[in-house]
Design a protein around this ligand. Structure first.
Ligand code: GRF
Length: 199
């Protein structure tokens, strides 16, 4: 299978995927920001990169159309969002139904959206974590593929908690992509995650 990774910034999840020895080809890394740090990491790994600045487009629909065009030019089977900070239109999401996944830094359905670590600390929650899910038009609410939990410790700051969660992100994202590349996990006709994995 051929996968394309979409980023906007640091790219540590992308890096974890590039270094995971996945049973697929990473065809390209695409960023909506020219200054995304992850682009340099991708280049060092010899992965083709492309930048599609969202500011160059009049609206989300036009940006998403340009994005889809470049994704399809790589004959992409799976689109992997890794810290991609743009909301995608329903049109785009439906075009890649079952082939578009995201990682979110909370145990969904708790804390969709931003500032998840700070909100988890404010709520006094004892367990936090991360989720890989299929993307649906409902932001951060798609069917869940895998999650990992971490404890919240007494002296945690958003930074210390996010570092603990990020370690788990770097573990479960490659795992989820591996399942999808091997067709061990898929989105069924009624929008549930199905699997025949033996692990
Ligand atoms: C991660 O916490 C991811 O869960 C969220 O954005 C962050 C991206 O970090 N969607 P990185 O760019 O992968 O380092």
């Amino acid at each position: 299978k051929r996968i394309v990774i979409l980023i906007s910034g640091r790219g540590s999840n992308m890096q974890a995927l590039l270094e995971a020895n996945l049973p697929c080809r990473i065809a390209a890394v695409i960023s909506n920001r020219a200054d995304a740090q992850g682009l340099e990491i991708a280049r060092m790994h010899g992965i083709p990169v492309a930048v599609i600045p969202h500011n160059n487009y009049p609206d989300r629909a036009a940006f998403d159309a340009a994005l889809a065009e470049i994704i399809d030019s790589y004959a992409t089977d799976l689109v992997v969002l890794a810290g991609f900070m743009r909301i995608l239109t329903a049109n785009f999401v439906e075009r890649y139904r079952g082939r578009l996944i995201n990682i979110h830094p909370s145990l969904l359905p708790a804390y969709p959206g931003i500032d998840t670590h700070q909100r988890a600390l404010q709520a006094g929650t004892r367990i936090h974590g991360c989720t890989v899910h299929f993307v649906t038009p409902d932001l951060d609410h798609g069917p869940i593929i895998i999650q990992a939990a971490v404890p919240v410790l007494r002296d945690d700051t958003p930074q210390s908690l996010s570092a603990r969660v990020l370690c788990e992100e770097h573990r479960i994202y490659p795992q989820a992509v591996r399942w999808l590349c091997r067709n061990q996990v898929w989105l069924d006709e009624i929008g549930r995650v199905a699997s025949d994995r033996l692990e």
